[in-house]
Design a protein around this ligand. Structure first.
Ligand code: ZN
Length: 238
């Protein structure tokens, strides 16, 4: 029933924006580093928010990289049904942008073109000294702290705790959401900044929330589907 309702709203829309969170990636098998798995409490001395902070990166790059490689990198991960359907919707001219809190590049791997990555990407890395850029392979294949030929430390283009979001990406996300005729929010509890604030820029009447659990925005949604984002979108025909 709710799938039919979702299909009907998608059929009517021409400028859909998808806003996605960690749930989109975990369905591809990526771990959510925030979830307690009982492992890092034994293996790491600090909580993830500390180890993924700017201060920690600058002070202990070696420990940062061991946590980062373990928890945030998953080189063989593949796009799931949600990524693929969103790319198909963009090719069909129905979807204007994907705004994501994920850093894994899976939307691009699935074929999406206009992807606004609020928290950066593990696929982009740069030397802190000379700004030379490096791909993900360089990070995976190096041991310890990856370094540039100039001697500088290579840093992932990922927004760490204490770091500001990219202003240009935020502006584009705000514009895309405010111009959208339909907003699909998926795989996020809308608890992490700046998710909730961005949703407020949508003023239309086609706000769809697809999440496995409830969110603070449930009452504002025009349609709410409590289910897997991949299973839900795979049933949509574009
Ligand atoms: Zn360099």
């Amino acid at each position: 029933m709710s799938i039919e309702a979702l299909q009907a709203v998608i059929d009517e829309s021409r400028r859909i924006v998808f806003f996605g969170g960690a749930g989109v990636s975990t369905e591809s098998g990526l771990k959510d580093f925030r979830s307690e798995d009982g492992l890092y409490s034994q293996r790491y001395r600090y909580p993830p928010e500390t180890m993924l902070s700017r201060t920690f990166f600058m002070a202990h790059p070696d420990e940062f990289y061991s946590f980062y490689r373990d928890k945030l990198l998953c080189p063989n991960v593949r796009p799931n049904a949600a990524h693929l359907k969103l790319a198909e919707m963009e090719r069909a001219g129905k979807l204007a942008a994907v705004v994501t809190q994920n850093i894994d590049g899976l939307h691009q791997m699935a074929g999406s073109q206009n992807v606004l990555e609020l928290h950066g990407s593990v696929h982009r890395n740069f030397c802190m000294k000379c700004r030379r850029s490096f791909d993900l392979t360089r990070i995976i294949e190096s041991a310890g702290v990856p370094r540039c030929a100039c001697g500088g430390i290579v840093k992932p283009d990922v927004v760490l705790y204490e770091e500001p979001l990219d202003g240009r990406v935020m502006e584009e996300a705000v514009r895309a959401i405010s111009e959208a005729d339909m907003l699909i929010v998926g795989g996020t509890s809308l608890a992490v900044y700046p998710a909730a604030g961005l949703i407020d820029y949508y003023s239309g009447s086609r706000l769809v929330l697809i999440n496995k659990s409830s969110t603070p925005y449930d009452r504002r949604a025009n349609l709410r589907i409590e289910a897997s984002i991949g299973r839900t979108l795979s049933q949509i025909t574009v």
